[in-house]
Design a protein around this ligand. Sequence first.
Ligand code: ZN
Length: 138
Amino acid sequence: MEVTHIEHIGIAVKNLEEGIRFYEQVLGLKCYAIEEVKDQKVKTAFFKVGQTKIELLESTEAEGPIGKFIEKKGEGIHHLAFAVKDIDGSLKIAEEKGIQLIDKTSRKGAEGLDIGFLHPKFTMGVLTELCEDKKNTK
Ligand code: ZN
């Protein structure tokens, strides 16, 4: 597969407002988008750091994936997302190389990206997301 850069780092937070305050007032970044992703039961806030983004994730339901993550591990880095050239081809390559997929085929994530997750058991504990921005690639 062809990875071009780290697209974003996903950080689980209990309170989005508090998270935004830190990134804006201490680090001086600007939150440029807040978006709810209903099927993931999260509200997200985005910041740009060069080509890479920080994605803060607040659970909208205790039973959602972020709610469960925080309950088990507390707040912190939740996943690492790599930008790839061909999302479905890349998921297939990962599977062929013996990596268990959470998403067999890509689905729509925040910001209209096509995304797919690899199982952290197969990636040294780091929940790994692959994503493709089909709007900005030829
Ligand atoms: Zn993500």
